[in-house]
Design a protein around this ligand. Sequence first.
Ligand code: CAO
Length: 419
Amino acid sequence: MNKPLQGIRIIDFTHVQAGPACTQMLAWFGADVIKVERPGSGDVTRSQLRDIPDVDALYFTMLNSNKKSLTLDTKTQAGKEILEKMIKTSDVMVENFGPGALDRMGFTWERIQELNPKMILASVKGFSDGHHYEDLKVYENVAQCAGGAASTTGWWKGEHSEPTISAAALGDSNTGMHLAIGILTAYIGRQQTGRGQKVAVSMQDAVLNLCRVKMRDQQRLDRLGYLEEYPQYPHEAFGDVVPRGGNAGGGGQPGWILKCKGWETDPNAYIYFTVQGHAWAPICDALGKPEWKTDPNYTTPKARQPHIMDIFATIEDFIKDKTKYEAVDIFRKYDIPCAPVLSMKELLNDESLRKSGSIVEVPHKERGSYFTVGSPIKFSDLKPEVTGSPLLGENTDEVLESLGYSQDQIKALHADKVV
Ligand code: CAO
């Protein structure tokens, strides 16, 4: 099967999650991705949160499949020469070092362009160039706070009403996905102009892009003084910033997490239930409440909003003797947007996800096989095949040979700990 990105050579100078998630996806689609790692230790995630002693951690294996690994000390002269040769013969270099690290290594954007004017340099940083925080190093949760996600996630009152972090990697993998779009755009641009360009995505911007609807809400709040779809409305006062809305639906559809049978002992015995404004009648039918269809307290979204929590309580009462799967099986017949709250264990064993390739089992030379999340993007003419992540330096000699180094030179580079 033809892999559309075949022939694109990528220097993967990334680490931890944001950069590796980007290059992994490009590798799935056929790009030749060579991960450059520090000799001896490599990407820090190889040894972080290990579940098997001395074996690459899942943190690494799940973000670096389909790649090659080259060890290279780019702070030595010989190491810099090797990297220069790679830049001359590659299409893209992706990096997510701390601010200024690549410049300090001697690889400024100007220098990279001198070496290869067609090169696309793709970077992840915490904040964008010129931002007053541009010097900051950033990890996931820092980005969630800086990008607006934390201030708008969680509960607005009660014991745990502080800003809340999402478990989803909004700062890391999400930024990597934005960067992948940027790289492919620059690659297509290069076909038109013959020139490469610098592509940058800041984690703050990538989080903010996902918080677009919250910025919508801030402007509505500024104008109106209230937000009608938030659980605070109409019984509680609004301040001057978008409040945290608990589990409320983020759009025009009210929704909430509802308890199902077994919630007392199972932390995930819940469903998410959505009340579509235009589809009230099927909800009444599903609940056996035909009288609600004509009751003026229920017929419009506006009429329902003051007692929406009572409506959710009624639905909860209806499903209290049903499992989350039984509840969804009832509501799906009425076209109600809903889903069970699924645990990682349930997802890992979900037959549909296995069948579609969204969860795949991959062999690894040292750990045996492991499960990973496969491509979430499905194509009619491409079935991305996920292969195991490389061992540290597994492809060093092969890459050096491809750059024209002789066996003796390669031996000397190993002896000098350049590779
Ligand atoms: N050979 C020699 N030196 C190397 C090297 C190699 N192969 N690879 C990296 N280095 C050096 C860098 O040149 C840098 O050196 P100096 O600081 O002396 O110039 C040094 O390693 C440290 O790099 P760093 O600043 O990227 O690493 P850190 O662990 O201190 O910080 C992180 C990690 C993630 C906070 C930082 O890289 C960062 O802010 N990145 C941008 C934002 C980002 O991507 N964050 C998300 C990571 S995913 O959670």
